[in-house]
Design a protein. Structure first.
Ligand code: IPM
Ligand code: MN
Length: 355
C-alpha cells in the first residue's frame, strides 16, 4: 500500500494562495510520479479571515493541526492589520505551540540565478542556517512600565534555556554530519556583548561538540562578522547555528545572496517523532503583486520540496530540486516577480511537467 500524508494547507494572505497553488500542483505531480498519496485540507487562516471575523486563529486550530503530518503555508501579513497581530497570533503561535524548535533555511544558489555578490557562483553559496525557533527575544518576556509617560520603559528580554540551546545545537551538529561536506558547524553569536545568553550558547556548543561530535569542526563568528563573511566569503560556510533573532536577520541577508525572496524557502521543524512541521516560502505576502499572476512560485515550490524531504520522500524532493534547477539554468529570465519571462502558473506548470 502506498504511503499517504495528511497535509494542512494555509494559503494565507496576499500572494500566498497563488504560490501555494503552484506548489500543490508540483506536489501532486510528484505524488503521482513517486507513488505516494496526499490528503490535502485547506485552512483559511490569515488577515482576511481576521478582518472578517475578528478572530486571529480559531480556538481549536492548534489541536486540529496536530492531526496532520505537515503544514504547507503561503504567507501571513495584511496591509490593513497592525503589525504584530497576525505574526504573533498565527505564525509565531503555531511555531511555539507545535514546538517547531528549528527554523531550517537552506542557502543555495541555483545555476542561472543572478547573484548580487561579485565573482560568486553556485559552487560558493551552498550552506544551511539552523535558526533556533522558540526562544530569544521572541518569547514575549518583557513589558512596559509608565507607558505613555515621558518616563516610559520598555523591556524585551532575550531568553534561552540550556534545554532549548542543546536541542538546537544537536540538530545542527547532526546536520553537519549528515551533509558530509565540510563537516563544519559555525556558531553565530555575540559573546563580546551578550555575555550571558551567548556565553551559554558558546559553552553548550563546545561541550557537546567535544563530547559527541569530535568529527565536526567547530567555528565561532560574532553576528556582525557573520554578515560580513556571508558576503565576502560565503564558501566558508557549511552549517551555521544561531539564536532566533540573529537567525531571523542573517537568513534574510542569506536569501538575497541566493537570488532573493523568489527562491528562498524555509522549514519550521519539530523533529520529534510525530512532530508537525511547517514549510513556507520566506518572502511574505507581497501585497502589491497580489492577483497579477507575476509572483515567482519557486520559493513555495522549494518549501514543498523541503516538506517532502522531511516526510521521507527523498527521491521526490531530489527530483523537484532537479526540475527547479533546470528551470533556473535554462528557462527563467530572472527570479524577480514580473521579469521571469513566464507567469506564476506557467512556472508551476513547467516544474510539474518536467518531473
Ligand atoms: C520569518 C519572519 C517572521 C519572524 C515574522 C513574520 C514574525 O520574518 O519567518 O523570518 O520574524 O520570524
Ligand atoms: Mn524574517
Amino acid at each position: 500500500m502506498s504511503k499517504s500524508y495528511k497535509i494542512a494547507v494555509i494559503g494565507g494572505d496576499g500572494t500566498g494562495p497563488e504560490v501555494v497553488r503552484e506548489g500543490v500542483k508540483v506536489l501532486k505531480a510528484a505524488a503521482a510520479k513517486f507513488g505516494f498519496k496526499l490528503d490535502l485540507t485547506d485552512f483559511d487562516f490569515g488577515g482576511a479571515r481576521y478582518l472578517r471575523t475578528g478572530e486571529v486563529l480559531p480556538a481549536t486550530a492548534v489541536e486540529d493541526l496536530r492531526k496532520f503530518n505537515a503544514i504547507y503555508l503561503g504567507a501571513i501579513g495584511h496591509p490593513d492589520v497592525k503589525p504584530g497581530i497576525l505574526e504573533k497570533g498565527i505564525l509565531l503561535k503555531l511555531r511555539f505551540d507545535l514546538d517547531q524548535y528549528i527554523n531550517l533555511r537552506p542557502v543555495k544558489l541555483y545555476p542561472g540565478v543572478e547573484c548580487p555578490l561579485k565573482n560568486k557562483g553556485p559552487a560558493d553559496i551552498d550552506y544551511v542556517v539552523v535558526r533556533e525557533n522558540t526562544g530569544d527575544m521572541y518569547t514575549g518576556a518583557g513589558g512596559f512600565t509608565m507607558k505613555d509617560t515621558p518616563h516610559e520603559v520598555a523591556v524585551q528580554a532575550a531568553v534561552y534555556s540550556r534545554f532549548q540551546v542543546d536541542r538546537a545545537l544537536r540538530f545542527a551538529f547532526e546536520l553537519a554530519r549528515a551533509r558530509g561536506k565540510k563537516r563544519t558547524l559555525a556558531l553565530c553569536g555575540k559573546t563580546n556583548v551578550l555575555t550571558f545568553v551567548y556565553d551559554l550558547w558558546d559553552r553548550a556548543f563546545h561541550e557537546m561538540g567535544a563530547r559527541d561530535f569530535p568529527d565536526i569542526k567547530r567555528e565561532y563568528y560574532h553576528v556582525d562578522a557573520t554578515c560580513m563573511w556571508m558576503i565576502k566569503n560565503p564558501e566558508w560556510f557549511d552549517v551555521i547555528v544561531t539564536g532566533n533573532l540573529f537567525g531571523d536577520i542573517i537568513t534574510d541577508l542569506a536569501a538575497m545572496t541566493q537570488g532573493g525572496m523568489g527562491i528562498a524557502a524555509g522549514g519550521n521543524l519539530n523533529p520529534a517523532p510525530g512532530g508537525v512541521s511547517m514549510f513556507e516560502p520566506i518572502g511574505g505576502s507581497a501585497p502589491k503583486y497580489t492577483g497579477q499572476n507575476v509572483i515567482n512560485p519557486l520559493a513555495a515550490i522549494c518549501a514543498g520540496m523541503m516538506m517532502l524531504d522531511q516526510l521521507g520522500e527523498k527521491a521526490a524532493a531530489a527530483a523537484i530540486e532537479k526540475s527547479v534547477m533546470e528551470l533556473t539554468a535554462h528557462k527563467l529570465k530572472s527570479i524577480a516577480a514580473g521579469r521571469m519571462g513566464y507567469s506564476t502558473t506557467q512556472v508551476g506548470d513547467l516544474v510539474a511537467e518536467s518531473l
